[in-house]
Design a protein around this ligand. Structure first.
Ligand code: DX5
Ligand code: ZN
Length: 225
C-alpha cells in the first residue's frame, strides 16, 4: 500500500518545497515527464529530475509520457530515479529498455493507457517491477477518474497473481478520497494522486487519509495478492 503524490499538481516554481510537505507521509514522489508529442502537454525532463534528486528525500517515481522512451528512459535510471515507467504504446523495444532501467539500478515500470488492453503484456511481467494502469487519458492533472478501467485493474491483479512474481499495480489519474477505495478493492496497491494531495490545504494529511482509505478497502476487498 503506497502513495505517490504527483508533483504535476504542485507549484513548479517551488518543487523542492512542495516535495518536502509530503516527505514524512508519502512513499514516492511521482514525476510526470511529458514531451508534447506522446501527450499534448509539456512539463519537465531530465535536467529538472537531476536537480530534484539533489534536494528531495523521497525516491522519485518517474512516469515518462514521451515518445521514444527506448532512447531516453535509461538516463533517468542512471541519474538515480527509484522507478522509471515507460509507456507500452510508445516503446519500440520494451524488453531491452526495461532491462536497461533495471541494470541501471532502478525499478522498471510499464504504463498502459485506458484504451490499451493489458493481456498482450502478460509476457512482460517478469521484466517489470510495476504495472501502471492509467485511469485518465495521460497528459493533464485534475481530470475525472475513468471507472471503465476498474475491470482492467481486476484482470491485471489476477494476471499478476497467476504469474506469481512481485509486481506492484499502480493507478494514476483522478485518484482521490472519492475513488481510491474502488481502486484498492480492484487490486491496486500503489496510488498516484496529484490534485487530491497538492490541491489540499494540508498535503501530508491528505496522503494519510488516502492511505487509510486504501488500506481499509484492501482489507475488505479480498483480491488475490
Ligand atoms: C496525468 C499524470 C498524472 C497526474 C494525475 O497524465 O500522469 O500523474 O498528475 O493528476 P490527478 O491526480 O490530479 O488526476
Ligand atoms: Zn503520472
Amino acid at each position: 500500500m503506497q502513495i505517490s503524490p504527483s508533483l504535476l499538481a504542485s507549484d513548479f516554481a517551488r518543487l523542492a518545497d512542495e516535495a518536502a510537505t509530503v516527505a514524512a507521509a508519502a512513499d514516492w514522489l511521482h514525476v510526470d515527464v511529458m514531451d508534447n508529442h506522446f501527450v499534448p502537454n509539456l512539463t519537465i525532463g531530465l535536467p529538472v529530475v537531476e536537480a530534484l534528486l539533489r534536494h528531495v528525500s523521497l525516491p522519485l517515481d518517474c512516469h515518462l509520457m514521451i515518445e521514444d522512451p527506448d532512447r531516453w528512459a535509461p538516463a533517468y535510471a542512471e541519474a538515480g530515479a527509484g522507478n522509471v515507467t515507460i509507456h507500452a504504446e510508445a516503446a519500440g523495444s520494451p524488453v531491452r529498455t526495461l532491462r536497461m532501467i533495471r541494470a541501471a539500478g532502478a525499478r522498471a515500470g510499464l504504463g498502459i493507457n485506458p484504451a490499451t488492453p493489458v493481456e498482450p503484456y502478460t509476457g512482460l511481467l517478469p521484466e517489470i517491477d510495476m504495472l501502471l494502469l492509467m485511469t485518465v487519458e495521460p497528459g493533464f492533472g485534475g481530470q475525472p477518474f475513468l471507472d471503465m478501467v476498474l475491470p482492467k485493474v481486476r484482470r491485471a491483479r489476477e494476471l499478476i497473481a497467476r504469474y506469481g512474481g512481485s509486481v506492484w499495480l499502480q493507478v494514476d489519474g483522478g485518484v482521490s478520497e472519492e475513488t481510491i477505495s474502488r481502486c484498492a478493492e480492484a487490486g491496486a496497491d500503489v496510488f498516484v494522486a496529484g490534485s487530491a494531495v497538492f490541491g489540499a490545504d494540508d498535503p501530508a494529511t491528505a496522503v494519510k487519509e488516502l492511505r487509510a482509505l486504501a488500506a481499509a478497502a484492501t482489507a475488505a476487498g479480498g483480491c488475490p495478492r
